[in-house]
Design a protein around this ligand. Structure first.
Ligand code: ZN
Length: 244
């Protein structure tokens, strides 16, 4: 089965549509959370995702923040302003949908776990290095954990010598060895943070466990114009040009 794995769309409809066009066909779509926050099209992105009917759709911290399920006092000022703006855009149906999402889904039948942040703290922990990844491996039983939240594509592989960090670049397919345990992040669709401004997503071949990263150029200027027109913080527009 051919799965496309998306995370951190962040209300960026231009990036989402570019990714979908690039992906073409797939058997299932899995989404690791944060459909809203930062970007100018929360309702547009939620509507698109509803049409697509993802097999799994997780909550991210920005989704919960927008519906009051998470306190935004820990957010930086730009993120908080965006969360407050987003909350005002959502209709009742979307509000309910986002409030009902959960940040973790265990799939023992597939030997997989899906989380937004980390298996230890699914809603808010950032797995940004091998030390954190090492601490997180005991918090899931499956061979593979897919996670998002950092917007940085990467694979962490558990080895007898410790955790190996394998950065992912466009077109690179990682094929873990038989029996290996790993954590993999497809990067962010709507706000990449690895210095490459192109939208990021991954394909997972469930038969071989091959995980392939893809990067897709999109119309960043249109998204930036919408951010500014909405009165969202300027920095949220600027950062899209730098992939940060
Ligand atoms: Zn995010």
């Amino acid at each position: 089965m051919d799965v496309i794995v998306l995370s951190d769309i962040h209300a960026n409809l231009e990036a989402l549509d570019a990714v979908l066009e690039h992906a073409g066909d797939w058997d299932e779509l899995w989404f690791l959370g944060d459909i809203v926050g930062y970007g100018p099209d929360p309702e547009g992105c939620v509507a698109r995702m509803r049409e697509l009917g993802p097999a799994y759709w997780l909550a991210g911290n920005h989704d919960w923040a927008a519906v009051g399920r998470l306190d935004v006092s820990g957010f930086n000022p730009d993120a908080r302003a965006a969360a407050e703006w987003t909350a005002r855009q959502l209709d009742e149906e979307t509000h309910e949908l986002l409030a009902d999402l959960e940040p973790r889904r265990d799939l023992p039948e597939l030997d997989l776990t899906l989380v937004h942040g980390s298996p230890r703290h699914p809603i808010w922990e950032y797995v940004l290095n091998a030390v954190t990844a090492t601490e997180c491996f005991p918090f899931f039983d499956a061979a593979v954990c897919l996670f998002g939240h950092t917007h940085v594509p990467v694979v962490y592989e558990e080895t007898i010598d410790g955790t190996l960090r394998r950065p992912l670049t466009a077109g690179l397919a990682i094929q873990p060895e038989e029996g290996a345990r790993w954590m993999a992040n497809p990067g962010g669709v709507g706000q990449p943070r690895d210095g490459d401004p192109r939208a990021s997503y991954a394909r997972l071949d469930l038969a071989t466990r091959g995980f392939t990263l893809h990067r897709v150029a999109y119309d960043i200027e249109t998204t930036q114009d919408k951010i500014l027109a909405a009165g969202l913080p300027e920095r949220l527009a600027a950062r899209l040009s730098y992939g940060w």
